[in-house]
Design a protein around this ligand. Structure first.
Ligand SMILES: CSCCC(=O)C(=O)O
Ligand SMILES: [Fe+2]
Length: 200
């Protein structure tokens, strides 16, 4: 394997220290962890099967990180900017926070690298359950095109994240229902177990 491929390889199921769990929809503040009692962890295999990729990186190195460079090059991430989400830093904070938490998909990958603070991405599995992915500082996460998801801050109310994109960025959310959208159909065909083609 070439060096760049090796460097750009997502964290493996074995090496992952990502925390994810099934979301207890108990009506409480979205910023709370929403773990079941007892907790129901979602495994790295499960996230892999849903097409979610992640890396643990060193945010102190983000301006000159060979690993980040390798990921950008390998995956064609030509665009990057930095977004800070907090009541003080983000204009239109209340509307944006609300729209981030509406269940939606995108016509491209959603790529975020958490430089400071923390938050939660929730992704839908194929049994219609939410999986909450804890994203502390240093987490780089890729949600595949067409996956239903949402984002919330946690109770610290602060995240600073790098947003990456292939080409000119399109941040538009397509709210659910979007089952007939080509990005959704493509996602379902690629990742939903019952539609996977078995060759015997
Ligand atoms: C973690 S970045 C803030 C959220 C966001 O940009 C999004 O959900 O699109
Ligand atoms: Fe999104």
């Amino acid at each position: 394997m070439a060096d760049i491929d090796r460097l750009a390889e997502p964290d493996s199921v074995e090496s992952s220290n990502l925390q994810a769990w099934y979301y207890d929809d108990n009506g409480e503040d979205q910023r709370l962890p929403h773990r079941y009692e007892p907790n129901q962890p979602a495994s790295p295999e499960k996230l892999r099967d849903l097409g979610v990729l992640y890396w643990k990186l060193d945010p102190d190195q983000h301006e000159s990180d060979p690993k980040l460079e390798a990921i950008r090059k390998k995956r064609g991430y030509s665009y990057q900017d930095i977004i800070t989400v907090s009541p003080e830093k983000l204009s239109g904070y209340h509307e944006k926070i609300k729209s981030f938490f509406e269940e939606h998909l995108h016509t491209d990958e959603e790529i975020r690298y958490i430089l400071e603070g923390s938050g939660y991405f929730d992704v839908r599995d194929f049994d219609e359950r939410w999986i909450r992915i804890c994203c502390p500082e240093g987490t780089m996460i890729v949600l595949p095109e067409g996956i239903y998801h949402r984002f919330t801050l946690d109770q610290a109310d602060y995240i600073k994240a790098m947003r990456l994109f292939v080409g000119e960025p399109v941040w538009t959310p397509i709210n659910r229902p979007a089952d007939d959208h080509s990005s959704r159909k493509e996602y379902v065909t690629s990742f939903m177990p019952s539609t996977a083609v078995t060759v015997t």
